[in-house]
Design a protein around this ligand. Sequence first.
Ligand code: ZN
Length: 275
Amino acid sequence: MSLERILTDYGEPLQYVVYFGLLAALGMIETLTPGREGPAARTRRWPANFGLTLLNIVVLGALPVSGLAVAVLAQQQGWGLMQRYPLPLAWTLGVALLARSFVSYVVHVAMHKVPLLWRVHRVHHTDVFLDISTTVRFHPLEFLVQLAPTALTILALGLPPWTIMLYELIDTATNLFIHANARVPARVEAWLRHVLVTPDLHRVHHSALWPETDSNYGVVVPWWDRLFGTYRAAPSDPRETRLGLEECQDRRASSLRWLLALPFRGRVERLDQGA
Ligand SMILES: [Zn+2]
C-alpha cells in the first residue's frame, strides 16, 4: 500500500496515535527532566487544559467537515489547480506543505490582530506556564475560525488529501513539541530553529509582553515569520519571561467555565495576584 493511500485511509486514527504517543513520551520527559523548573501547578492547570482538549476532540469528531473531507471532495470533483495540472510528487508535497503552513500563519496573525478573533484565541494565551497540556488548550470556536480559510485554500489549489493528512500529522507532533517543557540541547536548538519552530521560539510567543506575544506566529516552520518580519529570536529577558496575559495571571486562567465564556467577554479586568 502506498504512503498516499495509508495517509488518506488511516490519517485520522494515525493522528490520535501520534498525539497520545507523543503526549505520553514528552509527558514522561517533562516529569523526569523538566526543561524549566517552576510552578507547573499541574493540579490547578491540567483539569482546565485537558478539559478543553477533551472538548475539542469531541467537537472535532462531531464536525461534519474537515480539511481532509474537503480535500477528498476536491479530488473527486477535480476541483482546484493541482487537480487540473498535476505536479510531480516532490513538488506536490512542497507546494501543499508551504501553502498549508502559510494559511496557518495568516490565520494566527489574524487571530492576534482582529479583536473579535483575539477574544477566541486569547484562551490559549492565558496559560501562565507551558507544558504538553497547553497544546490543545484552545476554545472549540478556534477550529471553526481556522476551517473556512483552510478549506478555501484546499479547494482553490486542489491539494491532495494525503498531503493534508501529512501536514496535520506534522502539525500535531510539532505543536506538542513546541509547548513541551523539555530541554533541547543548545547546539541542536540553534540548528533546528532554521527548519522547525522550537520550544524556545514558541515560548517568546507566549510571553506576557505584547511585542513578544505578537511574534513567532509559525507553529511548524519559522520561515513565514522570517519573511514577514515577525520573527523574534529570544525574549527581552530569557531568565524572567513572564508567560500568559498580563491582565490574567490569577486563578481565572485555570477555570474551565471562565475560559469557555472568555470569547463572549470584552475587556478582561486585571485582578490582584492569586485572586
Ligand atoms: Zn497566538
